[in-house]
Write a protein that binds this ligand. Structure first.
Ligand code: AMP
Length: 131
């Protein structure tokens, strides 16, 4: 059965897309640690990030770099942190989180509540900055 992220990529489940290439897809985390918290996933369905072949893994980091620059251009933050956990959804993904301090990266932190309109507006602003 397809993972929830494959169903998002296929458009079967809605998402707030911020970037897409032939190999990768980036969209806002629905339960964000901060405004602009984004997930980057490979279109190839693989559970564990480090099972990706070298070229795909390297490409995913470079794609994340572009998305992170766009997030940073839109969301006031000290920097964009990058994190991999992967215990919840069995489809490799990189978390990109705008942060001010180290503690902002913890998935144990309370999540930010956003309206659909706020999600859509943030996604559009980031999307417009992705080069
Ligand atoms: P983890 O697998 O622990 O790295 O966390 C999975 C992340 O996916 C969590 O931060 C969830 O909020 C996020 N997530 C789960 N389902 C969706 C969805 N349908 N759209 C966007 N983000 C999601």
């Amino acid at each position: 059965m397809a993972t929830i992220f494959s169903r998002i990529i296929a458009g079967e489940i809605p998402s707030y897309k911020v970037a897409e290439s032939d190999r990768f897809f980036a969209f806002l985390d629905i339960n964000p640690l901060a405004k602009g918290h984004t997930l980057v996933v490979p279109k190839q369905e693989t559970d564990y990030l480090f099972d990706l072949d070298d070229d795909l893994l390297a490409g995913m980091v470079l794609f994340s770099k572009k998305v992170a620059a766009a997030i940073r251009a839109v969301i006031p933050c000290s920097r964009v942190g990058m994190m991999v956990i992967g215990l919840e959804v069995p489809h490799a993904h990189i978390h990109l989180v705008p942060i001010q301090k180290e503690g902002d990266m913890s998935l144990s932190n309370p999540r930010v509540k956003l309206t659909k309109e706020e999600f859509a507006e943030i996604a559009e602003r980031i999307r417009n900055k992705v080069e």
